[in-house]
Design a protein around this ligand. Structure first.
Ligand SMILES: C[S@@+](CC[C@H](N)C(=O)[O-])C[C@H]1O[C@@H](n2cnc3c(N)ncnc32)[C@H](O)[C@@H]1O
Length: 220
């Protein structure tokens, strides 16, 4: 058997890869970031997706013209805003779930500042309780909540996704990242979750080494 291309041993680490991608797209993302003057994600302790993952989310929403989006894990609404601005083009809306009511209030304030309040519906409470109770289907689901819940939310998310819809999950490469010991307990549930995707007959999926790992799955 012959190979078209012999890459050899790859010695880049994920940090180098992500920094390079950020640099290449710096001018493009700067223009967008300038529209978010009041959301300084570097100076606050709330976790949020990286710019590279934000760009990926917007691209995926654009690719399927997603009109109905479910986000699980709002924090202060950084990713919600990216999703809302992308789906607004198609007349869509985002439903987002957050456990902590104070954090949800900060997100609501940010939605108002950016002007997306009318297309963001906030559900405040435990995703483990709320998500299984949802009945409508979604074009796009973004999972970015407490990672120990990932395996429990897998089946409810697949059920809520329409055929041809996308399920995207953040931080799925924790099992191979050098993590602080405080995050070690999340390796097992994320590994279990990743194997659920790989073994699913309902989904086609891939894990990309963007940010801390992003899984993209298409429901057949
Ligand atoms: C990683 S952050 C979300 C970041 C956000 N997606 C972004 O990129 O801007 C995870 C969020 O999930 C929330 N959370 C944790 N456990 C939860 C639960 N059981 N139900 C709902 N939200 C939860 C946390 O309070 C936190 O705000």
């Amino acid at each position: 058997m012959w190979k078209l291309w012999e890459i050899g041993e790859v010695s880049l680490n994920d940090e180098q890869i992500n920094r390079y991608i950020s640099d290449v797209y710096d001018e493009e993302t700067k223009e967008f970031r300038n529209k978010l003057p009041t959301l300084d994600k570097t100076s606050q302790p709330f976790p949020s997706i990286s710019n590279n993952v934000a760009s990926l989310l917007q691209l995926l929403v654009d690719m399927i013209h997603a009109e109905s989006i479910l986000e699980i894990g709002t924090s202060i609404g950084f990713s919600t805003i990216f999703l809302a601005l992308a789906t607004r083009t198609y007349g869509g809306a985002v439903t987002t779930v957050e456990l902590d009511s104070e954090t949800a209030a900060k997100a609501r304030n940010n939605f108002s500042k950016i002007g997306v309040t009318d297309i963001v519906k906030q559900l405040i409470g435990d995703a483990e309780v709320i998500v299984p109770q949802l009945t409508r289907t979604f074009d796009f689901i973004f999972l970015d909540v407490d990672k120990s819940l990932y395996p429990k939310l897998f089946q409810p998310c697949v059920r809520l996704l329409r055929s041809g819809g996308l399920l995207v999950a953040d931080d799925t490469l924790f099992p191979v990242l050098e993590l602080d010991p405080e995050w070690h307990h999340l390796v097992q549930p994320i590994d279990e979750f990743n194997h659920m995707f790989a073994g699913s007959k309902e989904l086609e999926s891939v894990i990309l080494p963007l940010g801390d790992g992003v899984t993209i799955a298409l429901k057949k």
